[in-house]
Design a protein around this ligand. Sequence first.
Ligand code: ADP
Length: 446
Amino acid sequence: MSWLLTRLLAGVLAMAAGGILGYLLGRPTSSPVFSALLGGAAGVALAALIDALRGARLMAWLRGTQEGQAPRDTGFWGELGYRVERSIRQREQGLAQERLRLEQFLSAIEASPNGVLLLDAAGQIVWCNSVAADHFGLDPQRDRRQPVTNLVRAPAFVACLQQGRFDEAVSFPKPRHDGTLSVLVRPYGEGMKLVLSQDVTDRERNEAMRRDFVANVSHEIRTPLTVLAGFLETMANLPLTEAERKRVLGLMQQQTQRMQTLVSDLLTLAQLEGSPRPTVDRWVALEPLFLQVEADARALSGGRHALQVDHPTGVQIAGAQAELFSAVMNLLNNAVRYTPEGGSIELRWRLLPDGGGEILVRDTGPGIAREHLPRLTERFYRVDGSRSRETGGTGLGLSIVKHVVQRHGGELDIQSEPGKGSRFRLLLPAARVRLVQVADTPAEAA
Ligand code: ADP
């Protein structure tokens, strides 16, 4: 009540001052009492006017943007202005903190590798992060407040929302047809929904590759097994002459050999995939390795090809000897198998200008058409299936070569043209190549 008392006091004082002034001014006239009453009323009116002006100043500040200080008056209006300003500033601070927290929360969702889309009770887009925008082909600003099913029309997604089946993720092609999305819808609040999306293109591709691989392996093993079973039946049920028996046994041996090679290649691949990269502190001398593969290739060729092999004296490669041997041997093996009799095959070594190295296997064989080149290193990919199998190929050779060279930090380069032979290059990085004095070159230096 102090505010009322002070204001009443101020009114009374203004009235008294006005009355006294009126009385003093009216004394020379015949009616000093009337002048005193008039002066008192004028005093009260003046006090009320000043009060109203101070109130109006505060009201103008409140109606404005409320920036800066409220009018700093004394008394009632001053205190009212100060208190209103303080409560506005506190509310602004609270709002700023809330906004900051919301921004931090949204940027945390933005950083999520998954898409996040918020829908209101009517199924309209409230907010989405950029991953979801990319997944669903949305524009976060333009598409806000749009019904999501107008923009994402995948039947599986629409059915999931309409039927309220939120217990399982649904998969469907991305709207731009460049992959597959897995989407999980979770209801929250009052009818609102949280849509989580994940790009499962790679996972699906790997799963398809795994299925293909298992199917291919089964097929590759089943074929020789069927042949073997047939021969066994023949031997068990038919009286064979000694010559026939020998021929059948020979064919059975061939099929067994085929299965053995396949299993051995599969084991090599599994080992390459399951073991850590070869370290860079174990050095393999290249010259003895070349001599070894040359001997094996000559035996395989049986004199049908002209073989030219470099002698990379003093060259050492950091890596795994068995893997490097397997890679070079696979390339030579292919060259021998696919190059017709009379053709020539080269195994070369070259130091590259950047300090890296190149192991090259070139042949004058039939060559490979351009469209096959990118797929040659896929498991079981063959240009000519029957030719590959006839010559004991498994379809895994180049895939092993690629794995080996990649594990050594390098790459496999293939160049070939039908009728012009093929050129396979193992490119090794400088960190894995060194030259040593010939006298210091042991067979395999640790
Ligand atoms: P394969 O065991 O069938 O030889 P690879 O993975 O080693 O399997 O090779 C894949 C395919 O690449 C082969 O089936 C063959 O068609 C082709 N190929 C590989 N090397 C040569 C080559 N030197 N000349 C011609 N074709 C080749």
